[in-house]
Design a protein around this ligand. Structure first.
Ligand code: BGC
Length: 810
């Protein structure tokens, strides 16, 4: 921020009266901050994030580039790639008129049951921090504000608006605040989002940590924005330093804040500072005329090809956790038939559920990707195995949404690309909510199969459903559960069976006549007539038995893995475990692809020769997966989180508050730190991931850092296999004398390197001082812990190749 900008902001503030300043502090709707043309302030648009840019209501139908989700990005262990992702998201933001991206989410994967596990990077604070720093830098190099969220300890979803997380100061500092601290200090984000939850009795939107830690201790100079509806206390929020209450226009700021200033509960100077920070944000993102944006147009980074980035991240994130007898890669020249199995192979989950969701122009499914990549002599069969979608997808086809007033007059009519008629922001032009009496969805549907079709009506309110003029259902649908955002994630659905004949078109109509506030719309979902579950599994087993290789894609559904609620089980839904076991028994060359954002249990793990984790891999996942299966590319991923054998082994599991409190009793022992302490053996440790080549680690040297850091580690390694490969060299520190108070070992640095067959390379890793510091709770400060440390170098927590001792002086 230049001094010219400072003085311009001061001058503008001097010209605004109190009410006008307060007007800057609430959203003008769901996704924007209001314009003030008289001072040259443009409307600023905010958008989720983090795996694509949705845009405001006006951009909702404009397709987005849908990138692999954060757990996938974290699996690359590649900050350079995360930075490129940030730049692409800035480019997407600019295309969609977005100034502020509501990302990244750098909460910690504390329990694998956490509903937004897929949206966070890792169970480890250092890996989270390194990716977060790079991501935020990339976004802001593109002139768009990043919003680091959710500050802090919003690591699970149960009762997320009210839960009081009880966590000690040391765990907060060393685990939960650590990524925020690194990002604020190193990447200088222009915004931070305060979380819904309470920490140690104080809601985060009122927490002293906003000003004391974020601003004064770490030097954060951006805006603090509430999570959506999290600002609930005018005076406490303003005094704590929360600048913006979202969404608007009705928030705890506005008139209530005006009154609080007038009667002296909030000093006018506090509002002045809040408004000044909003104007500074506007200046940075180019929304304040006369102020130079942080990145002038001439300095914007070169254009990126969105699809290419999505494919590259997907390829590098795919994690090979098991590969017996070199079943992978598949040599296409030597196979005649591949059996692709699993409904997720045709309809993969490419992004998590909830606010992260963005709709791409196209999705390359594993089925389409493999079909395009295989040479003509290879026959590819596809069988769904298990019908996975417990939630039905909207009926495909062209439909129309017709809005009428109570006299039946048409207020607006909107063409739809499928039978989903949702308006999550403003209603379409011409539709006033006071005048609206009904919303009708209508269109012709031509069945491709004869039999009993299942229709689902998902939404809140009163509905009538008819087929060819005959009414099939009329009823009221109400919301279960307490999460007000639930209507977006899991609206109530009723199911209706209708017998139809293939090729015979029918007119389908759904009419809604009552509307829940803030959720205008519904969808008409559909499922084709299906065989029995036993028949579909049997068909998959037959296909596998007749093929050279079977590839089974298994996964979660949006019903069990999404924002808004936690999982209750780590098992794969439906009969997928049985499907894998039966396919593996029929074909010894069975490859399983796991399409989830978070760990699941895999009881068949040792019965199949190969397992790939494809995460929520974004729109290009099928192309990336085909490359990896066929060896065109190496699976580059390493686990950012530990995967258990069975749920009961997980040392930190519960996400269920007791009397409103969720106790982080484990302190700093989270993720692999907890597994080490429990002495338990997971299925796959943090950091694990195989490639298609072999590595020998040789020379290791460690020297004290001549600057402010602790040490420099230099590792020599050689690619001893037959293919070019990419290696993630991981450095862990372990106190030579375990002290019980600290974990057995922890990640202290990492580096990515590539080498051709036979080639020797070096990886250089700088270890920061923080790696040997611990938070001193009574003293409220960091303290170096002197002594002997083992420096462990290897491929994962469980595959250490070299070690040496390092002395840390007092
Ligand atoms: C989520 C945020 C998101 C916001 C706006 C909230 O429910 O927690 O991550 O940015 O909604 O969609």
């Amino acid at each position: 921020m230049t001094s010219i900008q400072h003085s311009r902001i001061d001058a503008l503030l001097a010209g605004l009266d109190l009410a006008a300043k307060i007007g800057l502090l609430s959203g003008e709707g769901l996704w924007a901050l209001p314009a003030r043309p008289e001072i040259g302030l443009a409307r600023m648009v905010l958008s989720d994030g983090p795996a694509g840019v949705r845009g405001d209501e006006s951009a909702a139908d404009v397709p987005a580039i849908q990138l692999p989700g954060p757990t996938a990005l974290a699996s690359t262990w590649d900050p350079e790639l995360a930075r490129r992702v940030g730049r692409l998201l800035a480019q997407e933001s600019r295309r969609k008129g977005v100034h502020v991206l509501l990302a990244p989410a750098v909460n910690i994967q504390r329990s694998p049951l956490g509903g937004r596990h897929f949206e966070f990077f890792s169970e480890d604070p250092l890996l989270t921090a390194e990716l977060g720093v790079a991501y935020v830098s990339g976004v802001q190099e593109g002139g768009v504000a990043a919003t680091v969220k959710h500050f802090v300890a919003n690591d699970s979803e149960t009762d997320r608006f009210t839960v009081d997380v009880r966590v000690g100061e040391r765990a907060l500092r060393e685990i939960y605040l650590a990524p925020f601290e690194a990002i604020v200090r190193r990447a200088r984000p222009w915004a931070v989002m305060s979380a819904y939850n309470t920490v140690n009795g104080v809601p985060m939107t009122s927490h002293a940590a906003l000003n004391a830690v974020l601003r004064r201790e770490w030097g954060f100079d951006g805006v603090l924005v509430s999570d959506w509806t999290a600002a609930r206390d005018t005076v406490a929020n303003a005094l704590a330093g929360l600048d913006i209450a979202m969404p608007g226009p009705d928030t705890v700021y506005g008139d209530a804040l005006l009154e609080a200033v007038r009667d002296g509960r909030v000093p006018a100077g506090v509002v002045e500072e809040m408004a000044g920070r909003v104007l500074r944000l506007a200046a940075r993102v180019g929304a304040l005329s006369g102020a130079e944006p942080a990145v002038p147009p001439a300095d914007l980074p070169p254009r990126l090809d969105g699809r290419a980035v999505a494919r590259e991240v997907a390829t590098r994130s795919i994690t090979l956790v098991r590969n017996e007898n070199d079943v992978l890669p598949i040599d296409a020249a030597r196979v005649g038939r591949i059996a692709l199995i699993g409904s997720a192979a045709a309809e993969p989950r490419t992004i998590g559920g909830g606010s992260i969701t963005v709709h791409p122009e196209r999705v390359v499914s594993p089925l389409a990707g493999l079909r395009a990549a295989l040479p003509p002599h290879v026959e590819l069969t596809y069988t769904p195995g298990v019908a996975l979608q417990a939630t039905l997808a909207p009926l495909r086809g062209r439909f129309e949404a017709i809005f009428r007033d109570r006299h039946g007059r048409v207020l607006a009519s909107v063409p739809l690309a499928d039978a989903s008629a949702w308006w999550r922001g403003d209603p379409p032009p011409g539709v006033g909510l006071e005048a609206l009496a009904s919303l009708e969805l209508r269109g012709n549907f031509v069945p491709t199969a004869s039999g009993v079709h299942t229709f689902g009506i998902a939404g809140l309110g009163h509905f009538e459903f008819s087929v060819d003029g005959a009414q099939r259902y009329e009823g009221e649908q109400e919301m279960g559960g307490s999460d007000p955002a639930g209507v977006f994630f899991r609206p109530p659905e009723t199911r209706h069976e209708v017998e139809l004949r293939a090729g015979q078109p029918v007119l389908v109509q759904v009419r809604a006549t009552s509307f829940a506030p803030g959720s205008l719309g519904f969808s008409l979902n559909h499922e084709e007539p299906s065989e029995t579950p036993e028949e579909t599994i049997r068909a998959a087993v037959v296909a596998a038995a007749g093929a050279d290789v079977a590839v089974v894609v298994v996964g979660t559904t949006e019903e069990i893995e999404s924002e808004g609620f936690d999982r209750t089980s780590l098992d794969l839904p439906g009969r997928q475990d049985e499907l894998v076991a039966r396919v593996a028994a029929a074909n010894s060359r069975t490859v399983v692809v796991v399409n989830t954002g978070a760990p699941v249990t895999m009881p068949w793990r040792e019965e199949v020769p190969a397992i790939l984790l494809s995460w929520f891999g974004g729109q290009e996942i099928g192309a990336a997966l085909a490359d990896v299966l066929l060896g065109v590319a190496e699976p580059g991923g390493r686990l950012p989180t530990t995967w258990p054998k069975q749920q009961r082994d997980v040392p930190v599991l519960s996400v269920r508050p007791v009397d409103g409190e969720l106790a982080y009793d484990e302190g700093v022992f989270v993720g692999y730190r907890a597994w080490q302490r429990a002495g338990a053996e997971p299925a796959y440790w943090f950091g694990h991931g195989l490639g298609y080549t072999e590595w020998a680690y040789d020379a290791l040297s460690v020297s004290p850092d001549p600057g402010d850091d602790l040490a420099r580690v230099r590792v020599g390694l050689r690619n001893t296999g037959t293919r070019t490969g990419r290696e993630v060299v991981q450095i862990y520190l372990a106190p030579a004398e375990p002290d019980g108070a600290r974990p057995d070992s922890w990640l202290a640095g990492f580096a990515v390197t590539t080498a051709a067959p036979g080639e020797a390379v070096h990886a250089e890793v700088v270890i920061a001082q923080r790696a040997v510091e611990s938070w001193d709770t009574p003293g409220h400060c960091w303290r170096k812990v002197p002594g002997s440390y083992r420096i462990l170098v290897g491929r994962s927590q469980s595959d250490i190749r070299q070690e040496t001792l390092f002395e840390v002086g007092a």
